[in-house]
Design a protein. Structure first.
Length: 635
């Protein structure tokens, strides 16, 4: 390879890079204020490991950041900068994406220069500009937690860029070190990085060494180091159970053949969106094609492209490399079946680059330099579409409303639109979408669970109980559903039925203070006060600043005759919540039982001040004062 200064004036390179940066910042200028949505909740808003940098290396299970510590660490940096305010998260996402676009520009420009491609800087600029502002990239940039895709993509491109610079540098060691470090970092971001060592080797064979043998002989230590990064990836994959907590793999209950058939539809859809990015859909829903015949035309196209890639790798290596790049980026998510996502637009993040390089180079070969003018014009239009798409992320309601409009058969979209409506107190509308979601996916436990939450808020307890039970029939280990079902049964006067649900929830989440307290309340209600004690104590050990727990524990102690202890916990409850009339009333009862009538009367008077119609407090004061006068007369 030749150094860039030998073929391209530096001002032209800087101008192209500046154009890419300005266009990217303009296209994503309206993305900075978008709220956290969908998987952002468990991965960011509810992720306790982001609070400290040390814990950030150990992301929680069952989230987008599981097994991806570098993504989690980058989110911890955002938390340190802005807490729960979204601006820094979005700003860093845009900067990561821009860095990836500039790395792509560098790789394509230097590669085209090696091939003596005329107008290599302009062509590479067109590719990188189109790639950076393409609307298909919005999901990987504007959807905060999909930083996993863009951060991995940035490191993937830097791995290749470091190699390109190394082989043309008289002092390559630093560039090889950069390439290795980027590859290692990418492995800590997302599993798609698995192909990076192989793609670098293929790039070397195609554009530098001329053969795999020569590439290996010249740089065997470097390739051994790149291959060594797979060890980190293997450890991280194993940390999620090897199947991303049961959502990916050949043994997670998904028919692999149906998933593979469905991916023919997915790949052709991605290609269509490359050239006509509409409609863009945030969530396509879970579905499988029922037969190969249903996707036969799409399958023939994909298989033809795959076969063409294999042939081109031998006969036209540069073209074959583009095909290999396209399929390598999609392979991990297209080959391994998943339980929740059939078509996902952010999967095209890196594959898009191969399609755009082919389009720009082919057009240049046919129409010359004037074709590049057309691509820069197209980029302006695409930037406008990206800006408009970002507006769909302005709120959860807007995003899910658009998703339902574009994909009305997505049960998950209806469910999440309902959740957004509940947050806005639009409960009747939410109920309609929950019903639609369950009509599309009757056994979805999360939908039954969230529907039950909404029904509870509407005061429809019996209906909510039925949906919690439906969720638990499908997912018995749903701890929150077990606890909430127990709570509704308890509130309905069915404390004995509630107890097994609280006990099951505690087996699943033994350190949940609310469940310990709820179980203690149910045990107390059913006359098992002595058993309730241990659960109240555990609840208070987990959350000592809970006024309700102190109050309920005091009630139980009072029933057991442990008056002195009861008084202490009523006092702690009042220290946390001083204006609760019931706590003052019960403390008064405890004082009376302890033989402290003046303290009892004082507490009942405080209860009356807080609630003037508190008849029981008024009656107790009158009764105790009368008793005291009688005792004085007797004396």
């Amino acid at each position: 390879m030749n150094a860039p200064s030998a073929t391209t004036p530096r001002p032209a390179v800087l101008a192209a890079g500046t154009l890419i940066a300005v266009a990217a910042l303009a296209a994503y200028a309206n993305s900075v204020g978008g709220p956290f949505v969908y998987d952002d909740g468990p991965a960011i808003a509810d992720n306790p490991t982001l609070r400290h940098f040390a814990s950030a290396f150990f992301p929680p299970d069952g989230t987008t950041v599981s097994g991806r510590p570098l993504v989690n660490l980058s989110l911890a940096l955002n938390y340190a900068l802005s807490g729960s305010d979204v601006w820094s998260y979005h700003a860093l996402n845009v900067l990561i994406h821009l860095a990836a676009g500039l790395a792509l520009f560098g790789v394509v420009r230097r590669t085209l220069s090696t091939l003596a491609f005329q107008h290599s800087t302009a062509a590479a600029g067109a590719v990188a500009l189109l790639w950076t502002i393409h609307p298909l990239q919005t999901e990987a940039v504007t959807y905060t937690v999909q930083r996993a895709e863009s951060l991995m993509g940035m490191f993937y491109l830097l791995t290749l860029y470091g190699f390109v610079r190394a082989v043309e540098s008289p002092a390559p060691r630093a560039w090889f070190a950069l390439s290795f470090a980027a590859c290692l970092a990418g492995m800590a971001c997302k599993e798609v990085m698995v192909s990076a060592p192989l793609l670098v080797l293929l790039f070397d064979r195609t554009f530098v060494a001329g053969s795999f043998r020569t590439a290996w002989q010249k740089r065997k230590s470097y390739y051994a180091a790149l291959a060594g990064t797979w060890l980190l990836l293997a450890v991280l994959v194993a940390s999620t159970g090897g199947d991303r907590s049961g959502t990916v793999g050949f043994d997670v209950g998904v028919p692999w053949w149906a998933y593979w058939v469905t991916q023919f539809r997915a790949v052709t859809h991605y290609l269509a969106l490359t050239f006509w990015p509409h409609p863009l859909i945030f969530e396509y829903g879970t579905f499988w094609e029922t037969s190969f015949a249903a996707v036969l035309p799409r399958a023939l196209l994909v298989l033809a492209l795959l076969a063409g890639t294999v042939v081109a790798l031998r006969r036209r290596p540069a073209l074959g490399f583009l095909g290999a790049w396209f399929f390598a980026m999609l392979a991990p998510t297209s080959v391994l079946p998943g339980t929740t996502q059939m078509i996902v637009e952010h999967r095209m993040y890196l594959s898009l680059a191969a399609v755009l390089v082919f389009a720009v180079v082919a057009a240049h070969a046919r129409f010359g330099a004037r074709s590049l003018v057309g691509f820069f014009g197209a980029a302006a239009a695409l930037a406008g579409v990206t800006f408009e798409r970002n507006a769909d992320y302005r709120s959860e309601l807007a995003l899910w409303s658009d998703t339902v409009a574009q994909c009305p058969t997505s049960a998950l979209a209806h469910c999440n639109l309902a959740i957004a409506l509940v947050k806005l107190q639009r409960l009747p509308e939410a109920v309609a979408h929950y019903e639609q979601s369950l009509a599309l996916a009757p056994r979805a436990p999360n939908t039954h669970y969230n529907y039950a939450l909404a029904l509870t808020r509407l005061g429809r307890g019996p209906d909510a109980i039925a949906h919690y039970e439906a969720a638990l029939r499908v997912k018995p280990d749903f701890a929150s559903a077990q606890c909430n079902l127990g709570t509704l049964l308890f509130q309905a006067g069915r404390a004995a039925e509630a107890i097994p649900h609280f006990e099951r929830a505690l087996r699943l989440t033994p350190d949940d203070s609310d469940t310990h307290c709820n179980l203690a309340n149910a045990l107390y209600q059913t006359g098992r006060a002595s058993e309730a004690i241990a659960h109240y104590e555990r609840a208070l050990a987990l959350r000592p600043g809970d006024a309700d727990n102190h109050y309920n524990y005091a009630n139980t102690l009072l029933q057991l005759g442990r008056t002195t202890e009861a008084i202490a916990h009523y006092a702690k409850s009042l220290a946390l919540r001083p204006n609760d009339p019931d706590t003052h009333f019960n403390l008064g009862v405890a004082y009376e039982q302890a033989g402290r009538p003046d303290g009892a009367i004082a507490q009942w008077r405080l209860a009356l001040q807080l609630r003037p119609d508190y008849a029981a407090a008024r009656e107790n004061i009158a009764r105790l004062q009368a008793a005291l006068r009688t005792n004085q007369l007797r004396r």
